[in-house]
Write a protein that binds this ligand. Structure first.
Ligand code: B12
Ligand code: SF4
Length: 512
């Protein structure tokens, strides 16, 4: 990281903590993209991720001196907002006039509401590369932000000024991701003993799923780096940092089949010898993908896929406008197994079906949730009769602003927060949806933390160095619960949570 003081001043970028229980947001890919077009000869760019590896708050407070031009934060909807505000409060005590910029998912979805907060001066909406580079130039020159596409700001009197949106741009127009702006080693994680790094090869998605934030932020645009750039980035990162597995953060990697084919061929041709995994795709797309490409995906070192199965009910898939069928989900899981690729189908429970309007009692509402859960287990029973899966993420539906299901949720009694701070609690554990019986949160957690991991036939191999007999009992009870769809009295789940808490507590502190 550079320490030089440059003429234009310091530009601080912060990726806040994601959650108190799991604060590490990891490699700040979005901030690195944002930084890519800022003139590094004139500005001293400092990227801070709230990784527990170092005290990011202390570092930021040290940097917000008179030579600092701005602090820019990127938040998802949820806890990151709280963490960002906590840091900004401290920054304001040292440098009250420092312009505070908000960008990223939450600010792009609700720019005006975000800007109303006293902790925000400027909002960057949508793609951040070109907008932020131009914004920084204007701030350094003391010019007005009027007319700057993709920016809302408060003028000197505190009045909100809304500029026009910035058209979506091909990401191949931007320079390569400047990985040298961070200490990459801080963001390398271990998975199955391999050195892994997050990597993103595209932005946006052309689909319009009714629960997803992507159509709002990227307006159904998609742009992917060319295969040549992806392969050369991978080669560079592998050589420089000895990366063995790339964790792909694309929203929807497989949009352009030709690009997929060329990336796979490039990895093979260049003999990179790497693995790449956690690749996101839509069931229909993958179910219809040419088997020659499936073959190349495997041959080039892909380890696992992540598909949004969303619901085991066809009416659920229609409600979320997935444009995919339950059969597609089954087919894609079978295809992945045919090519010996692990695949994680993720599901959402508690979707805002219209039926909830008539369901007056908790019992009636529980019946609807059980219908969703039954369908989910039916799909899993077809696809994994021997429980040989990687993981099965189950999330409670959370209404994120701006999309059609958010509007439906309001019809079902959901009251969205009216100011920025109100969105701090929007995560998967908080109980935000009024139509869902509260015990469903417990069931979803139990599935996620206990039933699915312990029922998995690989669990005993993977995680049981100690306490083998106890793990064996847990494995059997998880299988029993799965078989009988019985989730009451979750004693073993509570025990697992207690063990985790004890391990975290005695494994030492964080954020030094
Ligand atoms: C890595 C990742 C995470 C990481 C942390 C990421 C982070 N930013 O802190 C982890 C694993 C912790 C995570 C957790 C969650 N995530 Co997540 N995650 C992603 C993922 C896969 C990649 C993000 C990324 O780096 N993209 C690459 C960059 C280049 O793209 P970008 O983020 O869009 O950034 C561009 C613009 O948005 C803008 N921009 C972004 N940041 C900033 C900052 C500034 C200052 C400026 C000016 C501009 C700017 O400029 C960038 C370049 O053009 C995205 C999907 C995706 N592909 O984007 C989902 C995504 C962001 N996650 C999402 C969700 C819902 C979650 C979870 C709630 C649960 C879940 N479903 O996994 C939790 C919540 C965490 C929390 N409490 O805050 C949603 C966002 C919804 C929302 N309204 O916020 C996404 C879009 C996935 C989806 N379709 O559902 N996530
Ligand atoms: S396919 Fe995935 S990224 Fe695209 S709109 Fe649907 S959920 Fe969002």
């Amino acid at each position: 990281m550079s320490n030089k003081s440059t003429k234009g001043g310091k530009v601080l970028l912060l990726l806040p903590q994601t959650h108190p229980s799991n604060p590490n947001p990891g490699l700040p890919l979005a901030l690195l993209s944002v930084a890519s077009l800022i003139d590094r000869k004139r500005f001293d760019i400092k990227i801070h991720s709230a990784t527990p590896k170092y005290n990011y708050v202390k570092r930021i407070l040290r940097d917000v001196d008179d030579n600092c031009l701005c602090l820019a934060v990127g938040c998802l909807t949820g806890y990151q907002i709280k963490n960002a505000i906590d840091v900004i409060k401290k920054v304001k005590k040292i440098n009250p006039k420092l312009p505070i910029i908000w960008g990223g998912w939450h600010a792009s979805i609700l720019p005006e509401q975000t800007l109303k907060s006293k902790y925000v001066d400027i909002v960057v909406i949508g793609q951040g590369e070109r907008t932020t580079a131009e914004l920084v130039e204007r701030l350094a020159a003391g010019k007005s932000l009027k007319g700057l596409q993709g920016v809302y700001f408060k003028d000197k009197k505190g009045k909100i000024v809304k500029n026009d949106p910035r058209p979506f741009e091909d990401i191949n127009n931007f320079p390569r991701i400047p990985f040298d702006l961070v200490n990459v080693e801080d963001f390398i994680v271990k998975r199955d003993g391999l050195r892994c790094l997050a990597y993103v090869s595209s932005q946006g998605c052309p689909y319009n799923c009714a629960f997803c934030a992507d159509p709002i932020v990227y307006k159904r645009h998609w742009s992917g780096l060319t295969a040549e750039v992806v392969v050369s980035d991978m080669a560079h990162l592998t050589k420089k940092h000895n990366i063995e597995l790339f964790l792909m953060a694309d929203q929807n990697f497989f949009i352009d089949k030709n690009r997929t084919k060329e990336i796979c061929e490039g990895i093979i041709k260049e003999k990179l010898g790497i693995k790449w995994g956690r690749v996101n795709g839509r069931p229909k797309e993958l179910a219809n993908m040419d088997e020659k490409i499936w073959h190349l995906v495997k041959e080039s070192g892909c380890t696992d896929l992540f598909v949004g199965a969303e619901s085991g009910l066809q009416e659920g898939l229609e409600l979320v406008n997935k444009m995919s069928s339950v059969e597609d989900t089954v087919r894609v899981i079978k295809l992945a197994r045919k090519y010996d690729l692990e695949i994680a189908p993720s599901f959402i429970v508690g979707l805002p079906f219209d039926y909830y309007k008539e369901a007056k009692t908790e019992k009636q509402r529980m019946r609807l949730v059980n219908k969703e859960l039954k369908a989910l287990f039916d799909v899993l029973d077809i696809c994994y009769p021997t429980k040989d899966y990687l993981e099965i993420p189950v999330r409670i539906y959370t209404p994120y602003p701006g999309n059609p299901l958010f509007e439906k949720s309001k019809e079902l009694g959901f009251k969205p927060p009216t100011k920025l701070e109100g969105w701090e609690n929007f995560d998967l554990v908080q109980q935000n949806i009024p139509w869902l019986p509260s015990k469903v949160y417990g069931v979803a957690q139990q599935l996620q933390d206990f039933v699915f991991p312990y029922a998995c036939n690989k669990y005993m191999l993977r995680h049981t160095k100690h306490f083998k007999p106890l793990h064996w009992i847990f494995h059997q009870t998880a299988l029993f619960r799965w078989r009988h769809r019985f989730f009451a009295f979750p004693v073993e789940h509570k025990m697992v949570l207690l063990f985790r808490w004890l391990r975290a507590r005695f494994a030492g502190g964080t954020d030094s």
